[in-house]
Design a binder for this molecule. Structure first.
Ligand code: ASP
Length: 323
């Protein structure tokens, strides 16, 4: 393991299953470590050996492009052995249960399992059955912790802080794990969170999460620092939540007119994949002076390197019998 200032800082969690329950000091530690990797990833020689001899399995029960690639790059840049497993090529297709799959992989002694699953809670359940560290790469509409961390890193680098910023999270809040993880993180770090969505796409618990709820984009975006757009998660929708895509874009799609309500230097964000002309206008998405969408992807690799590093440090302590 490398020895840096962070040797004295602890991340006292065996797994990273969600942002709920992670303290502001731990979030800051993860973001600070990520900064080191942002710099490293911009150098010609990006490879480290922090994870040499460690095996990481990316187990994806749901489609993914950027998250899976990002974890793969993160593991490889830290010198780990990374194996990708997706549903299409695995025994899950043959009817094996989640737990059987987890136990099979566990018997091969991986060090970290990175898991994405369509059911909320599935990754937590799996983490109780295995000996290795588990990172939640998105479970149903529950949590996507590394997405919230990479969003926070992007915001902190652009705005210099998280505390006190007004962040409007807009769109399909109900089905979004990105929204849930971001709400926990931003609340913990002292930002003011608003959600902006049709009534049908806001969870009943929203007010209890300590956030402001708006059903009108102009009011919701008024004077905000960050505009975070979300995709309509049609794969998780059973029934009709809005009359038509056209009408949805008219009322909730981000265009320059609605953006005009936000602060002049408001940052536009989207976790991807984007549906242009549905939740965001193409011109706004490609406005790279204001949009941080590409930067979010870059930050993702650095954040995942930091998460893998800190969990791997804990594995060493477990092996040495002092955690
Ligand atoms: N990529 C993000 C997720 O996996 C957002 C999305 O799919 O819309 O939740």
């Amino acid at each position: 393991m490398s020895d840096t200032a962070s040797d004295v800082l602890d991340f006292p969690h065996r797994h990273l299953l969600g942002i709920e329950g992670i303290s502001s000091a731990e979030i800051t530690l993860l973001l600070d470590r990520s900064e080191i990797y942002v710099e490293q990833n911009r150098q010609a020689d990006m490879k480290k050996s922090i994870l040499r001899g460690r095996t990481i399995i990316n187990l994806f029960f749901e489609a993914s492009t950027r998250t899976r690639t990002s974890f793969e790059l993160a593991g490889k840049r830290l010198g780990g052995d990374v194996i990708n497993m997706s549903v299409a090529t695995s025994a899950i297709k043959k009817g094996e249960t989640l737990i059987d799959t987890a136990m099979t992989l566990n018997a091969m002694h991986p060090h970290v399992l990175v898991v994405r699953h369509p059911d909320s809670g599935a990754v937590n359940l799996l983490s109780e059955k295995v000996n290795c560290a588990v990172i939640n790469a998105g479970d149903g509409s529950h949590e996507h912790p590394t997405q919230a961390l990479l969003d926070a890193l992007t915001i902190r680098r652009r705005k210099g802080r998280l505390s006190g910023l007004v962040v409007a999270i807009c769109g399909d809040i109900l089905h979004s794990r990105v929204a849930r993880s971001n709400i926990h993180l931003l609340n913990t770090m002292g930002a003011r969170v608003r959600v902006v969505a049709p009534k049908t796409l806001v969870p009943a618990v929203a007010e209890r999460l300590g956030i402001e709820v708006f059903h009108d984009m102009n009011a919701g975006l008024a004077d905000c620092d960050i505009v975070m757009m979300l995709r309509l998660q049609s794969e998780r929708m059973h029934g009709n939540f809005f009359p038509s895509i056209r009408e949805y874009f008219h009322f909730f799609g981000l265009d320059y007119e609605k953006l005009g309500n936000a602060k002049e230097d408001a940052l536009i964000m989207h976790p991807g994949p984007m549906n242009r002309g549905v939740e965001i206008d193409s011109e706004v998405a490609d406005d790279y002076g204001r949009s941080a969408i590409r930067e979010q992807v870059e930050m993702g690799v650095a954040v995942r390197m930091a998460c893998l590093e800190l969990l791997a440090r804990n594995l060493s302590k477990i092996e040495l019998g002092n955690l």
